[in-house]
Design a protein around this ligand. Structure first.
Ligand code: NAD
Ligand code: LMR
Length: 327
């Protein structure tokens, strides 16, 4: 039997937490032979902590053979102690009358504290995935607040956008979602993201040639994927939870266990590729192997793509400037 891996989840009593924890405990994220200890963080509030205890009771009632322990706490230093993987899901939602800038600042405070705590107590090779919005900038803040950890340990979730796009491509082409290779989403997890199928193939055939409809790309595909989160909020009255948890599982699964040569999208600190300034947490095509990701380099960027990439980068630069005083 392998030694247990410690997995921290913040916002564990929230909607995504509820869709996520049971799948981690059943081995879907790290493998069916990998025991896990869950270290669950919630805010220091009676209602949230009580709800968290209810979730733990349900975890117990599943009798998961791989669940080797559960810790609950309101203290990030306890939640992140010796963790191998940290899923930062909990974030301040936008309240009535709150501007985007206020949201950014409220979350900046949370992710500064959590970055410092990871820096102090997490395993030195901890893999951090930020789900809580604004995910790219929150990941950037946590990374900057953890100077003793490798910046490459910090990632943001664009896998939901990647999966959403595959589903749209499958519906358009009649091909299966798992047939697609070499697809990616560039940039910010926000409506400015740029889903890009120029390099994508299905069964060896070019997806761009199969579709052959630039009008559909510009006026249907890109906006549908970019605004999918808002469409779900409008329909459900709540933001996506099961699909977000599923994407978090896919992201960490592939990071730890490898993508077998397939491109996946991860929000990672730029190494300067494609002219994205170093450190900006940006959605890139990557492959993963042996617990490491590698950005796919030297793809041609045409004028159409450059326009989209510049817009999403501009938004990220603006977000970064908005929190600069705190870092
Ligand atoms: P939710 O409101 O149901 O749950 C969030 C939980 O986080 C709450 O229980 C809250 O008490 C907790 N929390 C807040 N601040 C915390 C802190 N400082 N420490 C620990 N816990 C804290 O929200 P949800 O539906 O689970 O969504 C969580 C976040 O994920 C939101 O920011 C949402 O916008 C984001 N999201 C991101 C993606 C993505 O693709 N990146 C997709 C969907 C949702
Ligand atoms: C999503 O993409 O579903 C979410 O990020 C939307 C949101 O604002 O919570």
């Amino acid at each position: 039997m392998k030694a247990p891996v410690r997995v921290a989840v913040t916002g564990a009593a929230g909607n995504i937490g509820y869709a996520l924890l049971f799948r981690i405990a059943s081995g879907e994220m790290l493998g069916k032979d990998q025991p896990v200890i869950l270290q669950l963080l919630e805010i220091d509030n009676e209602k949230a902590q009580a709800a968290l205890q209810g979730v733990v009771m349900e975890l117990e009632d599943c009798a998961f053979p791989l669940l080797a322990g559960v810790v609950t706490t309101a203290d990030p230093l306890v939640a992140f102690k010796d963790v191998d993987v940290a899923l930062l899901v909990g974030a301040r939602p936008r309240g009535p009358g709150m501007e985007r800038k206020d949201l950014l600042l409220e979350n900046a405070k949370i992710f500064t504290v959590q970055g410092k705590a990871l820096n102090a107590v997490a395993k030195r090779d901890v893999k951090v995935l930020v789900v809580g919005n604004p995910a790219n900038t929150n990941a950037y803040i946590a990374m900057k607040s953890a100077p003793d950890l490798n910046p490459k340990n910090f990632t943001a979730m664009l896998r939901l956008d990647h999966n959403r796009a595959l589903s749209q491509l499958a519906a358009k082409t009649g091909k299966t979602v798992d047939s697609f290779e070499k697809f990616t989403v560039w940039g910010n997890h926000s409506p400015t993201m740029y889903p890009d199928y120029r390099f994508a193939t299905s069964g060896g055939a070019s997806v761009a040639e199969l579709i052959n409809d630039q009008e559909w790309n510009a006026n249907t595909f890109i906006p549908t994927v970019g605004k999918r989160g808002a469409a779900i909020i409008a329909a459900r009255g709540l933001s996506s939870a099961a699909s977000a948890a599923n994407a978090a599982i896919d992201h960490v699964h592939d990071w730890v266990l490898g993508s077998n040569g397939k491109w996946v999208t991860m929000g990672v600190p730029s190494d300067g590729s494609y002219g994205i300034p170093e450190g900006v947490v940006f959605g890139f095509p990557v492959t993963t192997e042996n617990g490491q990701y590698t950005i796919i380099k030297d793809l041609p960027i045409d004028d159409f793509s450059k326009k989209y990439i510049d817009i999403t980068l501009g938004e990220l630069e603006e977000e970064r400037a908005g929190v600069a005083d705190l870092l």
